[in-house]
Design a protein around this ligand. Sequence first.
Ligand code: COA
Length: 147
Amino acid sequence: MSVTVRRMRTQDAEAVLRIDEKITGRPHEAQWEARIIDHVTGNPLGCLVAEADGKIVGFILGEIRGWEFAIPKSGWIEIVGVDPEFQGRGVAKALIEKLNVYFQNHNVEKVRLMVNWNDGGLVSFFRAVGFERSEFIILEKGVETPE
Ligand SMILES: CC(C)(COP(=O)(O)OP(=O)(O)OC[C@H]1O[C@@H](n2cnc3c(N)ncnc32)[C@H](O)[C@@H]1OP(=O)(O)O)[C@@H](O)C(=O)NCCC(=O)NCCS
């Protein structure tokens, strides 16, 4: 299978959401299409799709940001997804490699992302492509309803 990676276009949002639905088994939320379009419009170089035989089979949304949480300028992977029928064939790896070119061109030294520690499959995948546990952690607390 030959995979090509190209920049995402706003009109790819539907195909991206279709893959997301196949992964999660749930219909997508109404606001997600607008969020993809915002990403592509605001950050065109960080949004990529992978195609096999002209069909979109994977996507990645990445961006460069820093300052918040006192984290230095970093490349962030917001979400990556591969059509379940095309997983295990190097699609995500190709997407991450292409996104890395964008990060390298902008002098980014580290790529970061957030993942659920209990999602062993995803953690193993990111380890397989070179990611390690970060020194940053997430703190959380319930939002209490005022009495
Ligand atoms: C995780 C995911 C992106 C991997 O995509 P993929 O195209 O199947 O991955 P690749 O074929 O490019 O695999 C790259 C490497 O990771 C390894 N890998 C892939 N999935 C793995 C897993 N679940 N556990 C361990 N290693 C894994 C592969 O063996 C390969 O290693 P190699 O380079 O040594 O051969 C895909 O399974 C997916 O879309 N999962 C659901 C996505 C999701 O939950 N996204 C939200 C979080 S951002």
